[in-house]
Write a protein that binds this ligand. Structure first.
Ligand SMILES: Cc1ncc(COP(=O)(O)O)c(C=O)c1O
Length: 302
């Protein structure tokens, strides 16, 4: 049931990260372990979904339908939540039927799948896109791809409360900023809203500039009425989403202190390393790196 899902309030742990390049620069990093909140409902996805789940419940819906690719972390978390809390889920999937490890999981979790092809999937932003699906599934609430947009961002605000509540345990009195990967920018926008200018948020784009992340963040921040947002977007896409080149591969092979995947968290930490080594952060700086999960998706790209 949607209602029982709303009773789940995961509180991700904040853990110190020890890496030689951080020690050399005198920069401290703590990782907010969203990847560890649950073995299946992992990463930033639940937080991006929770406001839609509440809206679905309030609208009298029984379950949720959404969109994603054949390796989608978002569909994976949604399907796992549906199974865990007992609500129906439907996934509209990009491309043509294929059996990736993610797709096999979605089916095992009981998500009903429809393959939209590539052209059909490109229509997902059209105003009447959901109309036929709402006729077909009147009891399901539609959620945009990736749980993006203001409702998604609102759910991510909770990370600031979680992290601040654990600073003392780390021996920190404060921190100098946040560091995380961006796909749509929704998670970053949630942090920007919660911080309301108190600390800067540094986002590393896992997708090239032309994906409209900057615009999306501006829209969310504008809708929320934040007048003085503090954030920056850095291009860490390495030339394309899902582009994994040898420097990135070498970096991941050399990073044993934390398990990452190449598409988001790997690119984000690699960009942090280059910025730290370029002297971007003064000695004594303290940053919170958000581990946004996605480890299940690695099964497709390794
Ligand atoms: C593992 C992982 N990290 C980060 C992101 C980026 O999150 P957002 O779309 O909120 O920027 C995504 C999805 O887009 C993801 O799957």
């Amino acid at each position: 049931m949607l209602l029982s899902a709303l009773d789940w309030h995961p509180n991700p742990k904040l853990e110190p990260l020890h890496l030689d390049w951080l020690t050399r620069a005198g920069v401290e990093v703590a990782v907010l372990r969203l990847d560890r909140i649950d073995p299946l409902i992992s990463g930033n996805k639940w937080f991006k979904l929770v406001h839609s789940v509440r809206a679905a419940h309030e609208a009298g819906a029984e379950g949720i339908m959404s969109l994603g690719g054949a390796y989608s972390n978002h569909l994976h978390a949604l399907a796992a939540a549906g199974k865990r809390f007992g609500f129906p889920t439907v996934g509209l999937v990009r491309g043509h039927p294929q059996e990736t490890p993610t797709v096999l999981d979605l089916q095992a979790f009981g998500m009903e799948l429809h393959w939209l092809g590539y052209g059909g999937y490109r229509e997902r932003h059209a105003v009447d896109f959901w109309a036929p699906w709402q006729v077909r599934y009147p009891h399901l609430y539609p959620v945009p791809e990736g749980g993006s947009g203001l409702p998604g961002a609102l759910g991510c605000k909770a990370w600031v409360t979680s992290a601040r509540g654990q600073l003392t345990a780390l021996g920190w009195t404060d921190y100098h900023g946040w560091w995380l990967a961006c796909g749509t920018g929704t998670s970053l926008a949630g942090l920007v809203l919660a911080e309301a200018g108190a600390h800067p948020v540094h986002g590393v784009l896992a997708v090239p500039d032309d994906h409209g992340v900057a615009q999306q963040v501006e829209n969310i921040v504008g809708q929320a009425g934040i007048t003085d947002p503090r954030y920056e977007l850095l291009d860490g896409s390495r030339g394309g989403f899902a582009r994994v080149d040898s420097p990135l591969r070498d970096f991941l092979d050399a990073t044993h202190a934390i398990e990452l995947e190449p598409l988001y968290t790997g690119k984000a930490l690699m960009m942090l390393k280059s910025q730290v080594e370029a002297g971007r952060f003064a000695q004594g700086s303290r940053l919170i790196f958000v581990h946004t999960g996605g480890l299940q998706g690695r099964r497709g790209v390794e």
